[in-house]
Design a protein around this ligand. Sequence first.
Ligand code: S3P
Length: 173
Amino acid sequence: MSQEKNNIILIGFMGAGKSVVGRLLANKLDRIFIDTDQLIESREGASITQIFETCGEEYFRKAESEAAESLLEYSQGSFVAATGGGIMLRESNRSVLKKAGKVILLQVSAEEAFKRVGASGDRPLLNDPRPLEKIRNLLEVRKNCYAEHDYSFNTDGKTPQEICEEICLTLKC
Ligand code: S3P
């Protein structure tokens, strides 16, 4: 069945490609692109790293839940959204996202995530002496939360364009 009337919400771990793929998809479908991390940054007037440093992770998670809620203000079929890798941790966020659109998991292995963002310096949770180990642990802790999706796509070894094409083919959009 065609999913063209649904909003599309990309979830998944850091480095899965949600923002890059989301932008491509939004362009292709002629929809607006929303990035929940960017929403938080513009509301708070600070970068994600600064928010973690000055206010802590709990504060960030509250802001993240508000960003998730704001996706409900848009009509169906109007946007493609990329979300932060931890948004699925809260049950309330999971049910908000399900209401807001089709939830699409971009899967990435620990090794590939490490290659893509391990040294980027702008992921506070990976600011760790052993980032690959940290990624493995977080993926393990989060796997049940990520399991609540409508569709999933493996991204390892694929370009953002290839992933975008695959999503369009599967969703017939
Ligand atoms: C986080 C992922 C980040 C950002 C924050 C926390 C997480 O977003 O929201 O650093 O908990 O996995 P990306 O998934 O876009 O890197």
